[in-house]
Design a protein. Structure first.
Lengths: 591, 43
């Protein structure tokens, strides 16, 4: 890295900090901080949701998996994009109409106040872990790209700038800066992508090279055989993505800032639509690098190697400019997450536990203090991650697969679609699903079984331990598929436990009629609200039909790849996804 | 060595970048104008 590169990044960071301070003047009350005063339009939402979603996790983490395992990791993005369309049309309008600020607030309306506080606190801590993973990627990239081997210093540089402007500027700073950062992220990706493909000899030559080296699976979008990122992974990641787009506080909070339910739906669909083609920009450079420079063992080091060794050859300052895009991606995600954690702690824990309604000034003080606390926790997690070697993508997918899906089950599946669900059932399903998700790792992965579960069982009963060991021998071959198995275990367990406990308990005198009313338009709020779940126009209904056809074609493509290795499976799956997008756009722009 | 696939992905990316610079900038301008008007009316 040259002095010019450092100067470009320095000016960019300074500019962002200054912008955060300027935007803080817009903060008059807590709603401005949490949901940008609910003024955001579809295109701004599209940009802010996309920029919030994109981070170094995509460019470095997923690009690294593209390098190591192949292009099929792109489904992590694509299933997310499909889920954004589905959530925007079927879930966001209902939640936006309720005028909630967070998912736990919805849980209070639907179930109970205690569940709101518990999930709010738990989810805030969970997001801090997520942030720690993001910060770890940023600091690792900083070390590899610059050669300045001071991991802790990089942690501090990345976190301080993000904490500063999210603690001061809130959701307005996130929304405005996300739009600016989105342009920088794209510009950086648009420079790196052709350079990587050029170095690999072009896409056609890359394909021939993989075939000649007996590694054609590297370029298979839907791998039908065994492997970590095969068809089963695509189905599992679809489940995780549905959760992400329907209950992830960071994404929903951006959508809650929409000026009305239709704008929220349009923003979500637009974000899904634009992210889909862009996903090639961060996956393909990793795939190309497998030819340019094979042999990097840690996938998180692959893209930083490409940036630090190849980009400077294309002109002075190019690396600095691309790094601005990467830093923008990282900071936009970290700030949005910090803003969400602050919202959870303030709105769902402090405000509910404090019996007297706090003043706007007290709320803003608490929300800023929560942002600082979240920043400190994120640094601690990132520091701990330095001592693991599994890579950021795997670490994130493991956490998401275990603890996030039960929240989706109790909030969306049962919260919106089964009136009989009780708060006892929801709480049991959330914690039971998460616990069984963790257990699946201890039962299947030899490292955890031999190190923890077997000694524990042996201490209780040698007979039980011997039988468990025999069972473990049969199933340990599935260790490589854990990222796909754990989500099904945790969500399946949450479904069963929530249903059984709800049937065995009774929720007395709890009023959640407001939730059911919001399935219809609610004109009494005074804002323009003409988005109905069942459309009134022919074009709108056509949109819904296309969404259904597209979704089931996608599923058919993935399952046919698994069942018989159908050569057209990829075409059917990708075609189904495209039809779903067309249906989504038709639906949100018609009555 | 760049082929049509690379050019197509680049072109789509460039179009998205241009649209998402122009449209949100205009919309932010409009939002802040209406917020300012609302504030001056309240005063």
């Amino acid at each position: 890295m040259t002095g010019l590169d450092y100067a470009i990044v320095g000016v960019f960071l300074g500019g962002m900090a200054l912008a955060g301070l300027t935007i803080s003047k817009l903060i008059k009350q807590s709603d401005d901080f949490f949901v940008a005063g609910r003024n955001l339009t579809p295109f701004i939402l599209g940009a802010t949701i996309t920029a919030t979603n994109l981070s170094m996790f995509h460019f470095i983490g997923m690009g690294g998996i593209g390098y190591q395992k192949g292009i099929s990791i792109i489904w992590q993005n694509w299933t997310g994009c499909m889920a954004l369309v589905l959530s925007g049309i079927f879930v966001i309008p209902v939640l936006r109409r309720l005028r909630v600020r967070s998912v736990p607030e919805f849980l209070e309306m639907r179930y109970s106040r205690s569940l709101r506080v518990m999930i709010g606190a738990f989810w805030g801590l969970r997001l801090c872990i997520f942030l720690g993973i993001f910060l770890y990627i940023a600091a690792t990239a900083g070390v590899v790209i610059t050669g300045w081997d001071n991991y802790f210093a990089w942690l501090m540089i990345f976190s301080l700038i993000a904490i500063m402007y999210s603690a001061i500027g809130g959701a307005w700073a996130v929304a405005i800066m996300d739009s600016v950062q989105f342009a920088f992220i794209l510009a950086g990706a648009l420079i790196t992508f052709p350079i990587a493909i050029h170095l690999a000899g072009g896409l056609g030559s890359l394909s021939q090279w993989f075939t000649a080296h007996g590694d054609s699976v590297h370029l298979q979008l839907v791998p039908s055989g065994a492997g970590e990122f095969n068809w089963l992974f695509i189905l599992a990641i679809l489940l995780i993505s549905t959760k992400w787009a329907t209950v992830d506080q960071v994404i929903l909070q951006r959508a809650f800032g929409a000026k009305n339910p239709r704008a929220g739906a349009q923003g979500m669909v637009l974000s899904g639509l634009i992210t889909t083609p862009l996903a090639f920009l961060w996956i393909l450079p990793g795939v190309a690098l497998a030819r340019i420079h094979p042999g990097i063992s840690n996938p998180d080091h692959a893209i930083p190697w490409l940036l630090s060794h190849e980009l400077p050859l294309y002109g002075r300052g190019v690396l600095g400019f691309v790094l601005c895009g990467l830093v923008a991606a990282q900071v936009s995600t970290i700030t949005a997450d910090i803003n969400s954690v602050a919202t959870l702690f303030t709105s769902d824990v402090y405000r509910v536990v404090k019996r007297k309604e706090p003043s706007q000034r007290q709320l803003l003080t608490v929300v800023r203090f929560s942002s600082l606390l979240c920043g400190a926790l994120m640094i601690l997690v990132a520091y701990g991650l330095k001592f693991t070697d599994s890579g950021a993508v795997r670490a994130n997918l493991a956490v998401v697969g275990i603890v996030d899906l039960p929240l989706f089950v109790i909030t969306i599946l049962f919260g919106l679609f089964w009136k009989r669900t009780t708060w006892q059932g929801a709480m049991a399903g959330f914690f039971g699903g998460g616990a069984l998700g963790i257990m699946s790792y201890f039962v299947i992965v030899p490292k955890y079984f031999d190190g923890s579960l077997f000694p524990f069982l042996h201490a209780i009963s040698p007979w039980v331990a011997a039988h468990a060991a025999a069972w473990h021998e049969n199933i340990k071959v599935h260790e490589k598929s854990m990222l796909s198995i754990a989500p099904f275990v945790s969500s399946g367990a949450a479904v069963v436990i929530t249903a059984v406990v709800s049937l065995l308990t009774r929720q007395k005198n709890y009023q959640c009629e407001k939730v059911w009313e919001c399935f219809k338009a609610a004109p009494e709020t005074g804002e323009k609200d003409d988005f109905h779940l069942i459309p009134s126009s022919l074009a709108g209904r056509m949109g819904l039909v296309l969404i259904a056809v597209g979704f089931f074609s996608f599923l058919g493509g993935i399952i046919s790849a698994a069942a018989c290795g159908l050569p057209a499976a990829t075409t059917i799956a990708v075609g189904g996804m495209a039809v779903l997008f067309v249906g989504g756009v038709l639906r949100v722009y018609t009555q | 060595v760049l082929d049509w696939g690379t050019y197509a992905i680049e072109a789509v990316g460039l179009v998205i970048m241009c649209v998402w610079i122009v449209v949100p900038a205009r919309e932010f301008k409009r939002i802040f104008k209406s917020l300012k008007e609302k504030e001056s009316r309240e005063k």
